[in-house]
Write a protein that binds this ligand. Structure first.
Ligand code: SF4
Length: 61
């Protein structure tokens, strides 16, 4: 699975990075994905981060 941040939507709230710091980081007020492939052990929590993003900027596929 891959996570992608839609940069234009992201408001830099930091929620995703708080939920999954091994996957997301906020730099210059925008979230970035710090690993390319989501390891299986992080898939569930990555989905939680996606669901909690206030502007639906996270896509997971
Ligand atoms: S939770 Fe959404 S809006 Fe907040 S930093 Fe992450 S991607 Fe951006």
């Amino acid at each position: 699975m891959l996570a992608v941040i839609e940069e234009k939507k992201c408001v830099g709230c930091g929620l995703c990075a708080n939920v999954v710091p091994d996957l997301f980081e906020v730099k210059d007020k925008k979230a970035i994905v710090i690993i390319d492939m989501i390891p299986s052990e992080l898939e569930e929590i990555a989905q939680e981060a996606k669901d909690s993003c206030p502007v639906e900027a996270i896509m997971i596929s």
